[in-house]
Design a protein around this ligand. Structure first.
Ligand code: B12
Length: 213
């Protein structure tokens, strides 16, 4: 594989070839490629490409699960390397997929990136009711509540979480970040949410920005 050409790795993820993914990730690491580049430019585009095929009705659930498993094999090699040697707690983030939403691949990437960059992440999982977000924020003295939604029909759960934080007396103390494929900065602004990021790498920048604000 030529330097910085992640096409073959992306294709291996897309086709669910976990052995090839492991082999290619090892090769890239041996070449000194940054683990973040391997993840963002190699593994993630593979799942995204499969997403397009799913959208077009060309693949179904089994292909997706096989592809995600292949990506996970690659992530197992990268995860220890993405953890900084000298990590400080930059802040506590409560992270979950909103009620009605079972998608968690993107959420898990956001979690991994935040943790790798010094944030403590309290993962409340998928299909999380607004009041659970608020309770977790209170119990863990969180600085940020981060919500993921992959479905247009679950996006309206996001303002409900903000309302639940207000009801718990936390709005103002706790800032919010929203993300997920259908979510935009404009939507975040429209619901009075302080933060938005379109991918897991910029989620770290956005969380850092909110901590500094
Ligand atoms: C994988 C997948 C599934 C898997 C989920 C497995 C899992 N464990 O997550 C399964 C098969 C279970 C599934 C089910 C469904 N799915 Co689905 N799914 C997808 C698919 C193919 C890929 C999503 C994905 O993982 N992308 C890769 C990750 C890395 O990207 P991402 O999630 O966008 O995350 C990145 C950013 O968005 C961001 N991000 C994500 N979350 C957050 C949070 C914060 C705080 C921040 C800052 C950033 C951030 O960072 C991430 C990394 O960079 C998409 C198609 C697509 N093109 O995306 C459809 C898709 C999302 N699904 C869709 C649908 C309709 C469904 C179902 C309703 C299908 C059905 N009829 O049953 C069910 C709903 C289940 C439910 N209640 O949630 C639609 C949604 C349409 C819409 N806009 O509403 C899509 C777009 C496909 C389509 N076009 O039809 N799905």
């Amino acid at each position: 594989m030529a330097a910085n050409d992640f096409t073959v790795l992306s294709k291996a993820v897309e086709t669910g070839d976990d052995k090839k993914v492991v082999e290619l990730v090892k090769q890239e690491l041996a070449k000194g490629t940054s683990p973040i580049d391997i993840m963002e430019k190699g593994l993630v585009p593979g799942v995204q490409a499969l997403g397009q095929l799913f959208k077009d009705g060309q693949v179904y659930l089994p292909e997706i699960l096989i592809s995600v498993r292949a990506m996970d094999r690659g992530m197992e090699l990268l995860k220890p390397l993405l953890k900084g040697k000298d990590i400080h707690n930059k802040g506590t983030v409560v992270l979950g997929s909103v009620e009605g939403d079972l998608h968690d691949i993107g959420k898990n990437l956001v979690k991994m990136m935040l943790e790798s960059n010094g944030f403590k992440v309290v993962d409340v999982g998928v299909d999380v009711p607004a009041t659970t977000f608020a309770k977790a924020a209170k119990d863990n003295n969180a600085n940020i509540v981060a919500m993921s939604s992959l479905l247009t029909i679950t996006m309206p759960e996001m303002p409900k979480v903000i309302e639940a934080l207000k009801a718990a007396g936390l709005k103002g103390k706790v800032k919010c970040i929203v993300g997920g494929a259908p979510v935009t900065r404009e939507y975040a602004n429209s619901i009075g949410c302080e933060g938005f990021a379109e991918d897991c790498a910029s989620a770290v920048d956005e969380a850092s920005r909110l901590m500094a604000a």
